[in-house]
Design a protein around this ligand. Structure first.
Ligand code: X2W
Length: 297
């Protein structure tokens, strides 16, 4: 068996595990039916945007593929946007390019951009192939969605700021009930490809689509409190100030919560952001209890 077949064998096994886990975490089948009905009634574009970090593609591909397959099996099509941070770290280091970030964004030289493009394409195809090998319809959308300008060319080099979103490739994929798998590469009016941070790209995509569910899949399985335990839920309208005053809130976490608060402010009140791990995606979507961290405003 080659590596991909191995992954997919695990993924098929995990799809069965997903169903068993889901059933055991529910009060009754009524619960899953309620959610299924609610999601099915939404316009396809408004069901869910799922952001997948590069670390998840590296460490949890089988769980990710089976969770997305499960959604397609129940007739739902999520919109998937992925990053490739750790893969870029590795490939750029291998090419002798020293990592430099400003405000969490990677300074991207012309030489680095060549590697960024190749790695994004590879990671995009890896997820699409993993899905297709499970007979799941998926469409590679490695670029062409994020129309961008230079964010700060002097400081950051070839890094993009999203100016507008081209929904056409996403809509075509949804129309074919195929999961669009989008990479966070931007493109200027002149056709210059730019490196866009995947969380930033996900947020812009969400602003354009106004989906019901926004899910960030991470290795941590949620936002962690001072003891490293996953926080169940955060209600921004009542808990924001109190949360931000906690001594254990670090810079990265503060930024993440602030970004989510900004994002939710631009969305209908019914929308929520969840942060969970791939194996718990169905539990998050179809049970009252959910999984990971749920953030509302
Ligand atoms: C990011 C794009 C990848 C990314 C980078 O070069 O790392 C910028 O910083 P994760 O895995 O979701 O972190 N781009 C400009 O964001 O991937």
């Amino acid at each position: 068996m080659n590596a991909l077949e191995n992954t997919m064998d695990t993924a098929k096994h995990n799809t069965r595990k997903t169903i068993v886990r889901l059933l055991s975490s529910m009060g009754s089948a009524k619960e899953i039916q309620q959610y299924l009905k609610r999601f099915s009634e939404l316009d396809a574009k408004r069901f869910a945007v799922v952001k997948v970090g590069g670390a998840v593609l590296r460490d949890e591909l089988a769980d990710l593929a089976s969770s997305l397959t499960f959604l397609q099996q129940v007739g739902l099509t999520p919109i998937v946007l992925h990053g490739a941070g750790p893969q870029l770290d590795e490939e750029l280091a291998a090419a002798g390019i020293v990592k430099q970030t400003v405000g969490g964004l990677r300074v991207t030289s012309p030489k680095a951009l060549g590697i960024v493009r190749r790695v994004f394409m590879q990671q995009n195809l890896k997820l699409v192939e993993a899905l297709q090998s499970m007979d799941t319809r998926a469409t590679a959308v490695p670029s062409g969605v994020f129309m961008a300008s230079y964010l700060d060319r002097e400081t950051l080099g070839l890094v993009g700021k999203v100016e507008s979103i081209n929904l056409a490739p996403i809509e075509a994929s949804l129309h074919a009930n195929s999961i669009p798998v989008i990479a966070s590469l931007g493109e200027t009016d002149e056709g210059q490809i730019l490196n866009v941070n995947a969380d930033v790209a996900a947020n812009e995509l969400v602003r354009a689509l106004q989906p019901y569910k926004i899910v960030f899949l991470t290795g941590t399985g949620g936002l962690l409190d001072g003891e490293g335990k996953v926080i169940d839920s955060i209600n921004l309208s009542t808990e924001f100030e109190q949360l931000m005053a906690q001594p254990w809130i670090n810079g990265g976490m503060r930024l993440k919560i602030e970004q989510i608060a900004d994002l939710l402010a631009d969305l209908p009140l019914t929308s929520s952001v969840s942060i969970t791990r791939p194996s718990e995606l169905a539990k998050e979507l179809f049970t009252h209890k959910g999984s990971g961290t749920l953030v509302r405003r």
